[in-house]
Design a protein around this ligand. Structure first.
Ligand SMILES: C[S@@+](CC[C@H](N)C(=O)[O-])C[C@H]1O[C@@H](n2cnc3c(N)ncnc32)[C@H](O)[C@@H]1O
Length: 225
């Protein structure tokens, strides 16, 4: 039987597919319906689900937990906006803090993902260039299992592409912010995604190669514990 992991805040399943490729069965939890999530799915509040799981981990039968709380509070764009408008008010609630507080009492392996700049405990950084992807998409991961990411390989990658927002592709030259944005099938390929090319999902998605690599480390910890 394959070990089971629950993917909290799953969206369309970038993290979930990586864990599945590593050898886990995956159940996804999101507060919004996710028609492109490729595994069993429950429409639930992640924090309520996590509190139930921690209260009785045997009952729900999961071997590990992953959580990707919404990151908008910590993005560079949001921090610049707040600095420019000199406001402490933020319309994006902090889901990361409450998730980490609950996980402090979690008896099974857990992994949390967020953007650079988020207040993560002892994070490691994953990068698309380490896996031959066209995106860079640096992301932080914290865990109660020691994680070792492969080093960035920016030189071999060359100019990375971006996958942002809901609109189409563009190429811009500096000044004014240069770069290449890709969309649709090209964006899916740039992220290493083969089950959807729905742009609103791709713009939030973690390349599955990251959690395939992490999932292998979590599996190794399960077999040695
Ligand atoms: C950044 S996305 C996660 C991306 C995903 N890890 C992936 O790789 O594709 C964050 C998700 O959190 C979900 N979300 C926000 N608040 C939530 C809550 N209270 N409970 C469950 N999901 C929630 C959003 O609907 C969104 O799909």
């Amino acid at each position: 039987m394959r070990p089971r992991i629950v993917d909290l805040y799953c969206n369309a399943g970038g993290c979930a597919v990586g864990y599945h490729r590593a050898g886990f069965d995956v159940v996804g939890i999101d507060i919004v319906p996710q028609p492109f999530f490729p595994f069993p799915f429950e429409l639930r509040d992640a924090l309520t689900f996590l509190a139930e799981l921690i209260a009785d981990p045997d009952h729900l039968g999961f071997d590990a937990v992953h959580a990707s709380p919404p990151c908008k509070l910590w993005t560079v764009a949001n921090r610049v906006h707040r600095a420019n408008t000199a406001t402490l008010f933020d319309p994006h609630p902090d889901m990361l803090g409450p998730t980490l507080e609950l996980l402090a009492d979690c008896p099974i392996p857990w992994v949390v993902e967020n953007v650079p700049g988020a207040p993560m405990p002892n994070p490691v950084t994953y990068c698309g260039s380490s896996f031959g992807l066209r995106v860079r998409r640096h992301r932080l991961f914290s865990s109660n299992v020691p994680l070792t990411p492969p080093p960035c390989n920016h030189a071999a990658q060359g100019q990375p592409v971006g996958v942002y927002g809901n609109g189409g592709a563009w190429t811009r030259t500096a000044p004014g912010g240069g770069g290449v944005k890709v969309a649709g099938k090209e964006a899916a390929a740039a992220l290493g995604v083969d089950w959807t090319d729905h742009q609103p999902n791709l713009s939030q998605m973690i390349p599955p190669a990251y959690t395939e690599h992490i999932g292998e480390q979590i599996l190794a910890s399960l077999t040695t514990s």
